[in-house]
Design a protein around this ligand. Structure first.
Ligand SMILES: Nc1ncnc2c1ncn2[C@@H]1O[C@H](COP(=O)(O)OP(=O)(O)OP(=O)(O)O)[C@@H](O)[C@H]1O
Length: 663
């Protein structure tokens, strides 16, 4: 680690920043508190408090974040070759407890990437190099408990009310020992603090829906969610984007009040109004992945002036900084040179040195007084079954509040069952024409209960994946809990729909009139629906988008349909696609329902015309033989479907888990 080889005397001109005023020889690590002049009388005590910080005093004393020689790379494939693109370029800095810092810069400068790295929330393809510490401890997975991270996009389950959302999140995030009453008072206090009390029972509303919370209220709700754990450090990615100046000011006002109580808050921010800009105590300007300035707001004007960039009085300083650091179209080379000059000048400026002193002091503590992080050990997350309960509750409410889709699906099933039943109305299975009609109904049973639910989940299951990815990254639950909760929420539909379909179509079509045949056919129909949905879920988890999943699923479906046994006899299927029949639950389903229909049938009449060469099938066994089906396969077919159901779910879960790992 680079330690400063000079002894520094520090003063404060901003409560959150250390001001370098003199440089003598010596080592900063040996800085004496009596040498520190502190206009606010807080610097010496703040150093003392850092030194005295006991292992688990982070929450009490606030947190100081420091980073040294930090670079961030994105792993990407270019022309099939794995390459690393540098997004953040060797930056250092420090942020004291109680700071409200704004990271600003042109679009694509690296603000979000820097903040995600500092908050330990980088995505899977991002590689972070360098040191980041909090109160002298290297950051790690414990950051999920210690810090709040408010992402740029608001992702909610829109059908929940504000109170329901907060209750569910409290039950997923808070320590298991927190009582129901404590959770409720915490939620009420946060909602009051953020001015959300009046919309406690308002539904959040989905994106694109008019009814629900306003944009500003959604931002405040996202912020409220992060406050549940009362984190001493908060990262907020563009908390004011899309808000009018009044709502933006309201949010930053709340942040400012919180930072005054000792919380460290770091925000990326775009074009703040002058009033909002003035509320930040620390400004971090990022350009081309480097820090162009870090320090007090007012001092930034002086720094830019010293380089010849004078902010016109008519300009908001925030706009001026961003404009100066942005790349002007047509003048890319000049803009790059300007940015390079500003960044280079900043690195050797006193502003950078002040920050460096704080950072190096923190790193010195980190090395000389290594501490263990106690919070991660003292925090006891809710039990898995509590998380499962709250997630099922969430998806359950979502289904109940969005009945239109469920009702529509059930109505659609009833209509299709009526069409099938009436088209094959009252078949006489004891005739040669009856054989064809029965196999036709069976085909409809299998197809309707395969393709309809399969394509429904293919589109439905990925809908909440972005929310899943975010919550997994925040460490709320394990992917298996999410997977099971989603299945449980879908299950009622996938039981009711096949039962309704079988009950209507079976009796209208006049299939075999025995309870055994009917109940077993219904059971196989339920199994067919559930194997199909498992396959749909597997494809939706395996691919990043519905169109890519469809591109692979459609040919797979054709293969399954061809090998279902109705179109090509089993023995005549070419070897090249012969393997697929083992995966074809359409074949298992068709065979097993056919067995139930033709088992024990012996007296099929032969109404052959004299010049008809097609042989008569006079009993059920002959019908089954005609399709290469065998009566002994009934139980085997059912087991095969159960194995496929389990296999598809295992694969589906594996693909979902892999996504979670990638994120
Ligand atoms: N995973 C990634 N793979 C490749 N490039 C990436 C990745 N993440 C970010 N980048 C690139 O890094 C640069 C910085 O991105 P970042 O999102 O941090 O910028 P930003 O300053 O927050 O921009 P904005 O204000 O527009 O959100 C951009 O050029 C972006 O394209």
């Amino acid at each position: 680690m680079k330690m400063l080889k000079t002894r520094k005397i520090l003063t404060i001109d901003d409560p959150h920043l250390f001001q370098l005023t003199d440089i003598n020889g010596g080592d900063s690590s040996s800085t004496n508190n009596e040498n520190l002049s502190d206009e606010n009388g807080s610097l010496a005590s703040s150093y003392a408090s850092i030194k005295e910080t006991p292992k688990c005093s982070l929450l009490k004393n606030g947190v100081t974040l420091a980073w040294n020689d930090l670079s961030v790379f994105a792993r990407m494939k270019i022309n099939g070759k794995l390459q690393y693109k540098r997004i953040i370029n060797s930056v250092s800095g420090a942020l004291k407890a109680g700071s409200l810092a704004a990271i600003m810069g042109a679009s694509g400068a690296g603000k979000s990437t820097l903040m995600a790295a500092l908050g330990y929330r980088q995505t899977g393809e991002i590689h972070v190099d360098g040191e980041i510490i909090i109160n002298g401890m290297p950051i790690g997975t414990y950051m999920k408990h210690l810090s709040g991270f408010m992402p740029q996009d608001d992702l909610f389950v829109g059908s929940l009310t504000v109170l329901e959302h907060m209750t569910i999140m409290a039950n997923l995030k808070l320590d298991r020992s927190t009582s129901k009453q404590e959770k409720f008072s915490k939620i009420t206090s946060i909602l009051n603090q953020l001015g959300l009390r009046k919309c406690r029972d308002t539904r959040i509303g989905a994106i694109g829906q008019n009814k629900g919370l306003s944009g500003g209220e959604k931002k405040r709700l996202a912020f409220a969610t992060e406050l549940l754990t009362d984190p001493p450090i908060l990262f907020c990615d563009e908390p004011t984007t899309g808000l009018d100046s009044f709502s933006a000011q309201k949010i930053v006002d709340i942040m400012s009040a919180m930072s005054a109580t000792g919380k460290t808050i770091l925000c990326t921010i775009h074009q703040p109004s002058s009033a909002v800009f003035e509320m930040f105590s620390v400004l971090i300007l990022v350009a081309d992945g480097k820090i162009a300035y870090m320090g007090g707001r007012a001092a930034a004007i002086n720094f830019f002036e010293s380089l010849g960039f004078i902010c016109p009085s008519s300009y908001s300083p925030a706009d001026f900084f961003i404009k100066t650091l942005a790349t002007t179209p047509g003048y890319e080379t000049n803009s790059k040179m300007t940015v390079k000059r500003i960044c280079d000048q900043y690195v050797v400026s006193d502003y950078a040195k002040e920050i460096d002193v704080v950072a190096q002091y923190e790193f010195h503590l980190c090395r000389t007084e290594p501490k263990e992080f106690e919070l991660s050990r003292s925090f006891k997350p809710p039990f898995w079954w509590q998380k499962l309960y709250w997630l099922i509750y969430r998806w359950g409410i979502d289904s109940i509040r969005n009945p239109s889709v469920q009702i529509l699906r059930i109505l659609q099933r009833i209509v299709i069952a009526l069409i099938v039943g009436l088209s094959f109305y009252n078949i006489n299975i004891y005739t040669q024409n009856g054989i064809q009609a029965v196999q036709g109904v069976i085909f409809m049973f299998v197809c309707e209960n395969t393709f309809n639910p399969m394509y429904y989940v293919l589109a439905e299951f990925p809908e909440n994946i972005p929310l899943f990815v975010r919550e997994i990254r925040s460490g709320f639950y394990h992917p298996i809990i999410y997977y099971i909760s989603r299945l449980m929420a879908l299950l009622p539909g996938f039981l009711i729909e096949p039962i309704l379909f079988a009950s209507i179509a079976y009796w209208l079509a006049g299939l075999k009139v025995t309870w055994y045949a009917f109940l077993m056919t219904t059971l196989i129909t339920i199994l067919t629906t559930n194997v199909s949905t498992a396959c749909g879920i597997m494809f939706s988890c395996a691919f990043d988008s519905v169109p890519s999943a469809m591109a692979y699923l459609v040919p797979f479906d054709y293969l399954l349909m061809i090998t279902s046994g109705l179109f090509v006899k089993r023995g005549t299927i070419p070897i090249i696609i012969g393997w697929s029949r083992y995966l074809s639950w359409l074949m298992y389903s068709t065979e097993s329902i056919s067995i139930l229909q033709w088992q024990g049938i012996t007296n099929i009449t032969c109404d052959k015309r004299p010049n008809d060469n097609i042989p008569c099938l006079t009993d059920g066994t002959s019908v089954l033989n005609q399709y290469s089906f065998s009566e002994e396969n009934l139980i085997c077919d059912i087991w095969n479907m159960i194995f496929l159901l389990i296999g598809f779910h295992l694969l589906g879960y594996f693909f979902l888990w892999r996504r979670a790992q990638r994120s």
